[in-house]
Design a protein. Structure first.
Lengths: 328, 328
DNA sequence: TTGTATGCGTTATCAC
DNA sequence: GTGATAACGCATACAA
């Protein structure tokens, strides 16, 4: 019922705990005879060292916190999954927390994780809790900002070129002769939302079009706000003929909204920042800025392992390049 | 840089570590004066107790392992997410591991988790590693099987009525006058796959139809095997006119497969065990057996908390009832 | 090559 | 009410 300790094993094998430890960790000298004998006892009783005790002694938790705004969003899940694999390989485990874009939950999460003494923190943040995050970094925990950055914070970041990609989205719509483009943004607290908005505006301005507030809807990156955006746009006297939606969930909402209003989904040209799982099956006028969550995850994973191994480098800011896949 | 310990706080406040501990945990007596004084020091230095040391001392890790076959599948993610919320509320954290349906990875995962001394294990297993799982349960770790069960293992389970639901799927297709139904199963090692297959067979037999091997395709619950299934069915001389797919990913594959073959997606009647995120936008002949991952997660969460609090009960076997939502 | 002893940061059991 | 102190399970410096 109750787990065996190193002492029990030592007694059973007639040696000291130090020897058991040496065998377990392949450290120091231990004669082949004794080693085999100890291994036999370990096998026989199925002894497993207590990772908690080991952590305490070594002052290494071998854990990494990962704080995400939405675990149900496939984009973030794919990032997390990739990192999880890399970590598990290295004997680390991930503590996931889903903040649901709630800054207060995020604050609690960060507190929780520092009590657990995570060695690193991967964060796609709400945009708040800036001081707390800086303090975590200052306290010696490796912080990697994923997908979303903070301006003026000297932290590792792995993000995407949101401005460029959004600009190209608008250009794509302009090429298709749309000039009345409804833009659905995310919350201004989030860097990706600000950047995507900015990119869109640049795209319009470079084409000589003045962005109007009327065609800007500030959503909150949820499905519901995509629906709301469509409701809003569709009660305008002059409706947009095309939509640029700043994330995948809102795009989903766009289609739900169109459906609710009885509007044929293919009748409106859409560009989505971020893929919808089913876009390949869709024959609607949907273009997608394909993000690459797996590559993001790998990049973060690599950087993470480097940091955990103490391979010191200056602050890293890696920027991945999403690309637009036009509608069929 | 380096974290403060309880000793540092004690010294700073001019009291003993015992008093600090009492203040932190609201345990035992401590005069209001001293309490305030200690709290002040704690606040000032932003002291956070080391959860690892506490775990060691209390012999409680306050962690729970959750082992899933596919973190990218929204079904499992929604289960996990719900459980995570409940756990976090209670001060527990989850260690997620994604086995990718690989029994060897699962074995390693279980080993890893027992070393971490998780207090409970939630498992949607590959069907292998039976003895190891039994041993974990015997060692006093609460085990809850989620979605997938083991026969003859006296463990808590929270599952769905796969047989009944699959039977109703077949009945639905029969009512629509389909008699040539292609059935795409999952791997026989997995209980849900066996049960869904069984339910389908019962449905056919009760209608006086003899199930044929020709119309049974054994996939592996992946998108790819849905594609393969369609390739297989479509090279038969007498193709099926309808498809029953035993999980959501394979259903996705079905549509990808149809698309690849240039077959209009709506030309074939499909029933999917498990929802596709976009089914509500789809105007194809797609009926869905709606599972309820959130309810599953809540049920598991409730049971988990009960177990962790030692509210002893006999083995629980909860069975949820999915329902069929017919195509539009 | 092996053993002894100390300490990691807590909590809890005793005294006082 | 408060303070010493032992103990949780392990790794490691130092002795032997």
């Amino acid at each position: 019922m109750v787990k065996m300790t190193i002492k029990d094993v030592a007694k059973e094998a007639g040696v000291s705990t130090a020897t058991i430890s040496r065998v377990m960790n392949n450290s120091g000298y231990v004669s082949e005879d004794i080693k085999q004998q100890v291994l036999e006892v370990i096998r026989k009783f199925n002894y497993q060292p207590n990772a908690i005790a080991r952590s305490l002694k070594q002052e290494k938790s071998r854990s990494v916190g990962i704080v995400l705004p939405d675990m149900a969003n496939p984009y973030f899940m794919k990032i997390a999954r990739t990192i999880q694999h890399r970590c598990f390989q290295q004997g680390y485990h991930l503590l996931f927390i889903d903040t649901e874009e709630n800054p207060e939950k995020e604050r609690e999460a960060l507190e929780f994780l520092t009590e657990k003494r995570v060695e690193a923190l991967i964060l796609a943040g709400t945009g708040e809790n800036r001081d707390q995050i800086q303090a975590i970094s200052d306290s010696g925990i490796h912080v990697i900002l994923a997908d979303r950055r903070f301006s003026n914070l000297k932290l590792d970041t792995v993000t995407e070129d949101n401005i460029y990609a959004s600009k190209s989205a608008i250009e794509h719509l302009l090429e298709k002769k749309h000039t009345r483009i409804g833009i659905i943004n995310g919350p201004k607290t989030i860097s990706t939302a600000r950047e995507r908005r900015q990119g869109a505006i640049i795209g319009l301005e470079e084409a000589g079009i003045t962005p109007t507030n009327e065609f800007m809807f500030e959503g909150d990156y949820t499905r519901e706000s995509g629906i709301e955006a469509i409701r809003y746009f569709w009660q305008l006297p002059d409706r947009p003929t095309a939509i640029f939606s700043a994330n995948n969930e809102m795009t989903f909402g766009v289609y739900l909204g169109l459906q609710q209003l009885g509007i044929p989904l293919e009748s409106i040209e859409v560009v989505s920042f971020g893929n919808l799982e089913f876009s390949s099956l869709f024959h609607h006028n949907l273009s997608v800025i394909m993000q690459n969550p797996q590559e993001l995850g790998e990049t973060i994973g690599d950087l993470l392992i480097k940091r955990l191994n103490g391979e010191a480098d200056s602050v890293q800011n890696r920027i991945l390049m999403p690309h637009l896949v036009p509608s069929k």
